[in-house]
Every structure is written in C-alpha cells, then in structure tokens.
Design a protein around this ligand. Structure first.
Ligand SMILES: *Cc1c(COP(=O)(O)O)cnc(C)c1O
Length: 331
C-alpha cells in the first residue's frame, strides 16, 4: 500500500506520560460515550471520544498547554507567538493566558473579523501582516529574531505531538479492549501523538486517519512517499485544511510508520455526519471533527472489535450548523 521508510520514532511513551503530568490539571479529561446507533451499524462496540467538549472547543489546547508549560524563563518573559487563526490559535491564546504568558497571533489581512475578535477575546495580541499566511509568517520570524519570542507551531513539534498524545492514554484507560481508533488528520500532530501513545502499549490496535477529499495533504504525501504540497480548497472540514510542510520533521514519519491507513471522505458525507452527530448522538461537531463519523457511516472504517471515533472539535459557525441540521445544504 504505502511506501514506508523505517525511521526511528523519537517519541516514547514516557514523553506522553510526562505531558499528561504537565497538563492534566489544566485541561478536561473528556468523556467517551457509547453510540448505540453506530454499534448496531458496525457490529462491534463503537465509542465517541468527546473532545468537542474540551476547553476552547477542540483538543488543540492540550499541545498548546504542554508547550507553554515547557517554556524557558526567557520565553516565559518574552511571550509566545502563533500563526493559526483557527483552533490552534484559540488553544494557544487560552493556554498562554492561563499561564500568565504574553501571546501574539500573526495573521494576514484576509482573515475575517469574527476570527480576529475571537482571538482578542482571549487577551492575545493580534498582528495583521500581508495578504497571505506566508506573509504573516514573515512577521512571526521577525518577532522571534528581534523580540526573542517563542514560536509554537500547530502540529510538527515535539511538545505539540506529545500533548495531543495524552488523548491516546485516556482512550486506553476508558476503553481498555479498544481495537480500532479513528482520528481526523490534517498536519498529523493529533494522530501522531495518539498513535505513539497507543502503539507503545498495544501494538495491535489499528489507528486509522480520516481527511476530507478536497486537499488531503497527508493522504497525498503518503501515496507519494514523501511530503508534497496540495492545492488548498474550501471545505466543510476547514480545520483540516493546509499542508504538512515540505520540511516536515516528525508527523510524516510517525504517520508513515504507526498509522495503518488514512482514508478520505467527500464533502456531502461530512455534512451528513454533522447532521447525524446532532440528531442521533446529540453532539455539536464541526466538519473537521465529524470526518470519523463520516468514514464509519460510509463503511470506510469497518471495525473488527471495539472502536473509538475521535470527535476532535465543536467550533463550527452556528448559522452554518443550523443550515446543515435543517438539511438545507443541498445547493
Ligand atoms: C487541528 C485539528 C485537527 C487536525 O489536527 P492535526 O494535528 O493538524 O492533524 C482535527 N480536528 C480539529 C477540530 C482540529 O482543530
């Protein structure tokens, strides 16, 4: 299937246990809920891991809190800088405020006002620079060089991956006989951490990634055998957009070695999954958080034993959510 280069995995189970000690009291240990509907459909127990209930509405707070907890005294004083306008930006701003560390989020002129407001409400400073994410990144580089601030990237980072990996420890505690874990994938920090945690203890558990068809960078890179760029397209799973970085350090290697497969789902099935999560499970889930349900409803992740589907976030525009649950998304 995939070409797999066997490289050592630099993340050990102990690193993730340490991350949990660092962040355990600062985040929620989110519940798992057994889904009777999906259990009937799949023929095996299916559980939903509810990170849509996490502080800031997504799991991103885990890695961000761990990275901030590990800052040097110099960087605690000078502050941290981020580039994301989405869930990572929110998680980072919240974690920084909790730790009393200054936080600056750089963004381009094209970012909508409501996203800027959401970050400002968490007391982070917003710096607008340029007309693209790449130009905004120039500002990040400048702050790191001139103000000696610390850049916290969204996924390809040791602390971020081990922080997200704490979900893997929780899953093993909450569903000890788990056989399959289904995880949304974008840059791959989330699935890398979870796979590292679980495969170290239970190597026979299958870890399946899910992305949207439109612009699935990790999926395409796995097929190519090395990180490649894909065109970024608008998708209902907006938190899964973006590349994995051509100079990817950690996540591509970890996914290549520890993840069985990354499957993709079409837009309409993501909408169906958001709709299903609401009406059949009572859950509000954003597009990126619903792809695991979408892949299960379409038979792409059929389990051979107890399965856990990660619902990774809740942050969907509420008007859009209303349209989807009213089945008003056909045109
Ligand atoms: C960031 C994010 C993902 C993907 O995480 P990666 O570490 O980039 O793969 C999935 N779901 C939600 C809700 C996210 O915010």
């Amino acid at each position: 299937m995939y070409i797999r280069r066997q490289l050592p995995i630099p993340i050990e189970y102990g690193h993730i246990v340490r991350a949990r000690q660092n962040i355990g009291s600062k985040i929620f240990r989110t519940p798992v809920a057994k889904s009777t509907n999906l259990t009937s459909l799949a023929g095996h127990d299916v559980y939903l891991k509810l990170e849509n209930y996490q502080l800031t509405g997504s799991f991103k707070i885990r890695g961000a809190t761990h990275a901030i907890g590990n800052l040097s005294q110099l960087h605690r004083t000078n502050g941290v800088v981020g580039l994301s306008t989405g869930n990572h930006g929110r998680g980072l701003a919240y974690a920084a405020r909790q730790a009393g560390v200054k936080c600056t989020i750089c963004m381009s002129r094209l970012v909508p006002l409501n996203k800027i407001e959401a970050i400002k409400q968490l007391d982070a400073k917003v710096l607008i620079h340029g007309d693209s994410q790449d130009e905004a990144y120039e500002k990040v580089v400048e702050l790191v060089r001139e103000k000696k601030m610390y850049f916290i990237p969204p996924f390809d980072d040791f602390d971020i991956i081990t922080g997200q990996g704490t979900i893997g420890i929780e899953i093993m505690e909450q569903v000890p006989d788990v056989k399959v874990v289904v995880v949304p994938v974008s840059g791959g920090g989330l699935i890398s951490g979870i796979a590292a945690a679980i495969k170290h203890r239970k190597p026979n558990v299958r870890i399946i990634g899910v992305s949207m068809e439109r612009g699935a960078a990790m999926h395409e890179s796995l097929k190519a055998g090395h990180p490649i760029e894909v065109e970024e397209l608008t998708t209902l799973a907006d938190s899964l957009g973006g590349g994995i970085g051509l100079t990817n350090r950690y996540t591509f290697n970890i996914v290549q070695n520890l993840v069985e497969e990354v499957v993709v789902v079409p837009e309409r099935k993501i909408a169906d999954a958001i709709n299903y999560a609401y009406w059949c499970e009572g859950q509000i889930v954003e597009g990126g958080g619903a792809v695991g349900i979408a892949s299960t409803l379409t038979g792409k992740t059929m389990p051979d034993g107890p399965m856990v589907i990660l619902l990774s976030g809740a942050n969907i525009d509420i008007d859009r959510h209303y349209k989807i649950i009213s089945k008003d998304y056909g045109n």
